[in-house]
Structure formats: C-alpha cells, structure tokens
Design a protein around this ligand. Structure first.
Ligand code: ADP
Ligand code: MG
Ligand code: MG
Ligand code: K
Length: 361
C-alpha cells in the first residue's frame, strides 16, 4: 500500500516564496510508486487550498478553480477536507485521509511550532521537529539562552522589546553599547532568511536597525557583530540518535548573508566540505548534534556557525528546523556530500516521522 502524504507549502511568512522553491524540488523527486501525494498550499493570507497543482497556482498567485481545504484534527484519522462550495457554507467533500504530513514551510506559522501543534492534535505523523524543538529553534533569544545553559558558545547578545524601543530608545542603546564595540547585528527574534536583520556600524545605524526590526517582531536581539566571519553550516538528521553531515561553508559576496545574497543575487559561493582542520570540523559536528538534542529537535535541522577569521573561535549562531530544501540548498547538498542523495534523504525523513510518532504513542 502506498503512503498517502500531504505536502504543505507557501504560508503566512516572509519566507513564502522560499517555501515554494523548496516544495517544487521536494515534489519533483518524491517516488510516486511509494507515495500518493496531496498538495496543500497556504496563501500569504493564510487560506488553505488543495487540488492537482496547487503549487503552480501559488507560484502564479491565481487561485481560481482551486478548492479551499481544512485539516481536521480528528485523533487517529487526520482528514483533509476540501470545501467545494463555500457560498452555501455546508458542502464538505472528503478529499483524503492522510498518513503523514511534510511541512515544506519556513518561518512563522510553519517552522515555529504552531503548525506542529495542529498536527499533534490531529495525531498524525509529520516530518521534522515537534512543537518544542520547532519553537525554540525559531526563537533566536530563547535558543541562545538554552545554548548558554549547555555551555555551547554563542555571541553576546541582549533581548529588548518593541515597547522598550518605543518608550526608552536611549536606554536600549546604552545597554547595547555596554555589550561590545560596534558593529552590532540587530534581529527580530522570530524570523529567518535575514528578513529584518541590520548590520549596525554606528549609533545611527543601531537606531534605524532597532526601529526596523521592531516592525517584524515584539522582541528584538542586539548581538555583538563578528567582522567578516566565516559561515559554517552542518546538517543534522535523526531522532534519538541524530547524525551530523560533513561541514559546509557559505561565502557570501555581500557584506553579510542577507536576503538578497541568499535568494536574489546567486552570488554566494559554497564550499562542501568546508576547508577546516579535521579536529575543528569534528568538534563542530559534535556541537551541532549537542545543540540539536538540547532543544529536543527531531527529523532534521541545519545548524549554523559563525567563525572569527583571525582567531578561529567559533560560535553557534542558529538552528533551522525546516531549512531551505531546493536541490541547490545547503541542507540536502551537505547530505549528498556525506553519501545520502536527495531522494533517499526525503525517504529517510519520512521514515523518521513515522518513527517519532510511534515513539510518542
Ligand atoms: P536568519 O535566521 O535570518 O538566517 P541569522 O542569525 O542567521 O538569521 O543571520 C543572518 C546572517 O547575518 C548570517 O548568516 C550572517 O551573515 C549575519 N550575522 C548574523 N549574526 C551575526 C553576528 N553576530 N556577527 C556577524 N554576522 C552575523
Ligand atoms: Mg534562520
Ligand atoms: Mg541564518
Ligand atoms: K532558526
């Protein structure tokens, strides 16, 4: 019997477009002799659709002819209903009983534990981390606190609120300037793809950066900025006994690894495996697994480090529970270089999702 998998993509986050690219790749390699695939697309406004080729519809932003969908969290029999006639408000047609969900979503309402909570209620297997791992991985402030507790090096940072920025900007700046000399990095606590992040070289930059980040989130981090750091990434895969891939390196042409450098310029060079002494890369791989376990991650994560070029000191920067997943994305490329090709990686993630559900039951 084939496994019926619902692939969810799009979503209400700043990373909607990135999700569509990831979903395009995932759908193109999933083995249809093993899987029955139902596409579930979420628009930027949060409307769920299902149908034959929802992905193309979302790419074109043309939703005519699609059926609205709802996922009903009925324990033991998660069902995807498509709503044919929304005007009468009553006609529901059963579309599918799903065995498993693959959330190919990045950022808020997809990667942050909210969708995972819905799927827990539905009692359905799903790819990736659970509620806790997802939410701690998403929140840069909480995440750093957990790392500090585990003795994992992270850069010095403070977390301030939007309210403090609005009412006591001078106080916030004074607190930040006690951390370290400039530059600082200002970041919304819960975002990805570098959206809302500013590198601040002066008090004026910091002021602007804080105001900008406050547009995206209620909580904002100010971090000591490393000057022109190396960016080393490691893919982790597994549940109880997670394994780390070889280390990879991203070499952005831009001033830092901004949204444009990630998705628009195509200018960043990749080095897989990263040019590192054996003992250093081994220590980083172990640290990546330790961080993964510390936040109760499952399925997969890409763990990213920043390394001081001069001293060789490195810091764990962040952990992404649903990393970019196109064929040219770092997460699958690093597994490929470790001996696990992209199609098998997807099979493995699906196995891990069932395994995790069985462990919980
Ligand atoms: P996101 O989740 O949006 O990717 P990151 O914390 O990874 O957020 O920051 C995005 C990029 O900003 C990093 O890849 C790096 O280029 C740069 N950056 C972030 N924090 C620092 C820092 N403390 N020092 C130097 N560069 C940083
Ligand atoms: Mg991130
Ligand atoms: Mg990042
Ligand atoms: K993250």
């Amino acid at each position: 019997k084939k496994i019926h998998i619902g692939v969810i993509f799009g979503g209400r986050s700043g990373e909607h477009a990135v999700s569509l690219m990831s979903a395009r790749s995932v759908l193109s390699v999933m083995d249809t002799s093993k899987y029955d695939i139902t596409q579930i697309g979420i628009t930027k406004n949060g409307v769920w659709y299902t149908g034959e080729d929802v992905l193309s519809a979302l790419e074109k932003e043309d939703f005519s002819g699609l059926q609205k969908a709802i996922l009903l969290p009925v324990p033991g029999e998660a069902s995807l209903y498509s709503i044919r006639d929304t005007s009468s408000g009553s006609v529901l047609e059963l579309a599918a009983q799903l065995d498993i969900i693959f959330p190919v979503l990045h950022g808020t309402f997809g990667e942050d534990g909210t969708l995972q909570g819905l799927l827990e209620l539905a009692d359905i297997a799903y790819v990736g981390a659970g509620v806790l791992g997802s939410s701690v991985g998403m929140d840069k402030s909480l995440f750093k606190d957990v790392m500090r507790t585990h003795g994992i090096p992270v850069v010095e940072s403070i977390t301030v609120t939007r309210k403090e920025i609005e009412t006591d900007l001078d106080g916030v700046i004074t607190r930040a300037e006690k951390l370290s000399p400039y530059p600082f990095f200002v970041k919304p606590a819960n975002l990805g793809s570098s959206v809302g992040i500013t590198k601040c070289r002066s008090r004026g930059d910091l002021l602007e950066g804080l105001m900008d980040a406050a547009r995206y989130d209620r909580r904002i981090l100010v971090e000591r900025g490393l000057v022109n750091p190396r960016e080393i990434e490691i893919s982790v895969l597994g549940n109880q006994d997670p394994k780390a891939s070889v280390a990879g390196e991203v070499m952005p042409e831009a001033d830092f690894y901004s949204y444009a450098a990630k998705y628009l310029d195509g200018s960043s060079k990749l080095g897989i495996p990263a040019d590192l002494p054996e003992d250093v890369s081994l220590a980083m791989r172990n640290m990546a697994v330790e961080a993964y376990k510390a936040i109760d991650c499952a399925g997969m994560a890409r763990v990213d480090f920043l390394m001081d070029r001069e001293t060789g000191e490195y810091y764990l920067n962040e952990l992404n529970t649903l990393p970019g997943f196109t064929k040219i994305s770092m997460y699958p490329k690093m597994w490929d270089a470790t001996g696990l090709p992209y199609p098998q990686l997807i099979d493995r993630l699906i196995d891990l999702a069932f395994e995790r559900k069985a462990d919980r039951d």
